[in-house]
Design a protein around this ligand. Sequence first.
Ligand code: TPP
Ligand code: SF4
Length: 477
Amino acid sequence: MDYQVFLEKPKSFYKNYPRKDGNIEVTHYCPGCGHGVVHKYIAEALDKLGVQDRSIIVSPVGCSVFAYYYFDVGNEQAAHGRAPALATGIKRAQPHSIVISYQGDGDLAAIGTAEIVHAANRGENITVFFINNAIYGMTGGQMAPTTLEGQKTSTSPLGRNPANEGYPIRVAELLATLKAPTYIERVSLHDVKHRTQARKAIYKALKCQVDKKGFSLVEILSQCPTGWKVDAPQSLKWIEEKMLPYFEVGVKRDLTEDAKPIDPPARIWDTDAIIKNLGLMELDIRPRAARDTILDKYRDPRFKIAGFGGQGVLTMGIILAGCGMLEDYNVAWLPSYGPEMRGGTAHCHVTISEKPIGSPLVTNSTVCIAMNKPSQEKFEKELVPGGLLIRNSSMIDIAPERTDIEILSIPATEIATDLGSLKVQNMVILGAYLEKTNVIHPDTLEMVLRSMLKKAALLDLNKKAIELGREHARKND
Ligand SMILES: Cc1ncc(C[n+]2csc(CCOP(=O)(O)OP(=O)(O)O)c2C)c(N)n1
Ligand code: SF4
C-alpha cells in the first residue's frame, strides 16, 4: 500500500536532536512550553521561503539558547541581550543572509533594552522573534519587564507592584512609535485561531526581510507552564485570561506594502570619502605596500601588543589597524583596559588580514610587541613557532625563553628619551616593525599619523621616532 506523508518535520530542522544521549527526537523545552511551537513556525516559514541555506539564527541567553541544536541553519550565540547588535553585524557583513534574532523578554526587554531599540530605530533589515512569557524562564521564574501587575514571581513574591517595579512594558507598541521599523505585530499561542495568526505573522516578518523591506518584529505571547507553576492546559488559559487584556494582539505597524526594497551599499565605510574628509586628498591614490614583496611569514599578522599604561600600546594598535584599513585589509583592534589607565599593564589584540576575520581575539599571535618585562613574560609564550618578538630592550632585562621564534630587540625607551619625548617609544618600535616586515607602505602610515596629529611639531617628532626605529631595524637585521 502506498502511503503519502502529509505531516513531516520542516527541512530547516535537523532530523534528530542529539543534544544528549538517549532521546534524540525531543527538544530540551519543558512539556507545554511555547518555544517549541514558535521554532516550528519559523522552520516552516524558512522552508516555504526557500532560504534555509542562507539563514542565520542568533540565539539569546535564556531557555532558547540551544536553538542551534534544532535548526539546521547557521547560528551565532549572543551575550545576554546583545542579539540585535550581533544580528546587525552579521546582516551588514553578509547582506544576502536572512538573519533572525530570537529573544526572550528578560533578554530583549531587560538587559537588552538598548540593543533592540537601536536596531529597530536604525531599521536594520533583520527579523526579531520576541518570546513574551512574562517571566525569566531559564533562571527559575524571576520578574521580567513584561511580568504583569500583581503577578507573583520569585523576585516579586507579593506580586508585581508598579510603585516598586514599574509597569509591564508593551514592547510591540513601544517600538511601533519609532519611525524606521517596517512590520511589528503581537500574536499569541493560546488557541488554534491565534496560533494560525502567529504562524502567518512569523512568515510575513521573514518575508519582509527576504524582500529587503527592513526591520520586522513579532512579539509572541508564549506559555511557560514551569515558570508560572501551572500545567500545560492551564498555561493556555493563563495567557487568555491574564496576558491578553494587557498585551493586546494585532498589527502595530505594517509598511510592508509601501516600503521599497533597500539594497545595502556595497561598502558601509567609504574609505575614500573618509580620506577626503580628513583633508588628505593630495594623496589621491591610496598607497599599498607591494603585497607580493611581503614575505609569507609576515603576511596577515596577528599582534599582541603589550606594555605599561602610558607606553602607547593601545595607540600603536589603533595606528596599525588604521593603516591596514586604508590599505583595504580586513582589520580588528581589541583593547584590554584595566588598571593600566593608572600605570598598570595594558595590551591590545590587532589583526590585519586579507581574509575575513572570524574573531578579534588573538590567541596565537604571529607578532608580539613587548614594551616591558611583564609583557614579554606573559605573551612570548603565545607566539606561534616562527613568530616575531619585538622587545623594548631598554625595559626588559631578561632574555626571551623561546628558541623557535625570530627576535628583534630595540632600546626604544632610550631612543625616545634621546629624542626628547618618552611618548614616542611606541613609534620607535612601530618603525622597526614596519622596516622589518614591509607590511604597510610608509605613505599609509604617514596618512594615518597626519589624521591623528594635528600639530606639525608633534607629527615631526613622531616621524623622527619612526625613522630611528627603521634605522635600528636596518642595522640590526
Ligand atoms: C550577563 C548575564 N546576566 C544574567 C544571566 C543569567 N540569565 C540566564 S537566562 C536569564 C533570563 C532569561 O529569561 P528570558 O529572556 O525571559 O528567556 P526565557 O528563559 O524565559 O526563554 C538570565 C537573567 C546571564 N546568563 N548572563
Ligand atoms: S522554563 Fe518556561 S520557557 Fe523555559 S523551557 Fe520551561 S516552560 Fe519553556
